[in-house]
Design a binder for this molecule. Structure first.
Ligand code: PMV
Length: 324
């Protein structure tokens, strides 16, 4: 017997970042985080459980995968087999991404959210959103935030069941746009899984964690009051703090490129000129310019004029993971 389902999920951009784990195996983070799903960018994944298969296989964008990508998906499917009753055999996974992977747009978030939802549904199970979010987290921490809709808070929790994400506002609550300045198209050398593991080697990590909850509350309040100025201040500070950890870890991680820094100088100036825009960067050099939709076109125009910017992508707030 074979069972099949297809799901779609969006990546998300964190306003308050996740960096470092309490439990590496279960990806239980040291701090809670806050994000927005990105509409328009997506991963679509079909999972077919087949009791005749002797191992899991993976195709991404029409290319049969082997090595690390396949191993990570197989590990996740094994975790799902352990957590869910009634899955028989192995899976054939066919996935499609409509945006570049491994360059600071969280493709692992949308990939593991879509994979989890499709794999669970194909097994015939119906699980709660928080359970799906916890399961997605096992594949990639930030994937937990791509399960619920719109603006999302991931409660760090203390165990597998208590570490999950939930929506704090629907996508239409605040008309924010992420104007993504693509500064590099090359695959990053050190991925976030490795980065999380070295976060505790930075002398600054304890200081970052100490105030993470306060920043999250400030960010959430600014978001729920649509107070762009307060929002911008805490979002930029939190991104700078995470990159300070990266740069002071052993070995150090430098994700910024000259164009990233150029934009980090310009964006606060644009804000002083009256544009509602702020920056945040993930584990890559691309700059996410978070702005009010009324200013998105102007921000996009200015970003395109910078010589080191290779491409610009724009995404509003998106929904959670869903079945097709
Ligand atoms: O889910 P991961 O392991 O790809 O980690 C994501 C880490 C950051 O993107 C840098 C921050 C975040 O909260 O999304």
């Amino acid at each position: 017997m074979t069972q099949e389902a297809t799901a779609r999920a969006h990546p998300n951009i964190a306003f308050i970042k996740y960096w470092g784990n309490q439990d590496e195996q279960l990806r239980i983070p040291v701090n809670s985080s806050l994000s927005m799903n990105l509409e328009g960018l997506y991963t679509e994944t079909m999972v077919n459980w087949d009791h005749r298969l002797t191992q899991d296989s993976l195709i991404i964008n029409s290319v049969e995968q082997s090595g690390d990508a396949l191993k990570r998906v197989q590990t996740h499917l094994s975790a799902l087999r352990n957590h869910i009753d009634g899955i028989e055999g192995h899976a054939k996974v066919i996935s499609y991404n409509n945006f570049p992977m491994g360059v600071g747009i969280a493709s692992s978030a949308s990939s593991f959210a879509a994979l989890t939802l499709a794999a669970v549904s194909a097994s015939g199970q119906q699980l709660s959103e928080s359970t799906l979010s916890s399961l997605a987290r096992l594949g990639s921490g930030s994937a937990s935030r791509s399960i619920p809709t719109g603006f999302v808070e991931w409660h760090k929790g203390v165990s597998h069941e208590t570490s999950y994400a939930e929506s704090i506002a629907t996508p239409d609550f605040w008309d924010l746009v992420d104007v993504i300045a693509v500064v590099s198209n090359t695959h990053k050398k050190v991925g976030s899984t490795e980065g999380h593991q070295s976060a505790n080697t930075s002398d600054l990590q304890l200081a970052r964690i100490a105030n993470a909850e306060k920043r999250l509350q400030d960010c959430k309040e600014a978001l729920l009051h649509k107070d762009f100025h307060s929002f911008a201040t805490v979002v930029e500070e939190d991104s700078n703090l995470m990159h300070s950890i990266m740069m002071t870890s052993r070995p150090p991680l430098f994700y910024w490129q000259p164009t990233s820094i150029e934009l980090m100088h310009l964006i606060p100036e644009w804000r002083h000129e009256g544009l509602d825009v702020c920056y945040t960067l993930d584990a890559g050099p691309n700059v996410h310019c978070i702005c009010n939709r009324i200013h998105a076109e102007e921000v996009s125009r200015r970003v395109r004029n910078i010589s080191g910017v290779l491409d610009v992508k724009s995404a509003g707030a998106g929904r959670g993971a869903y079945l097709l």
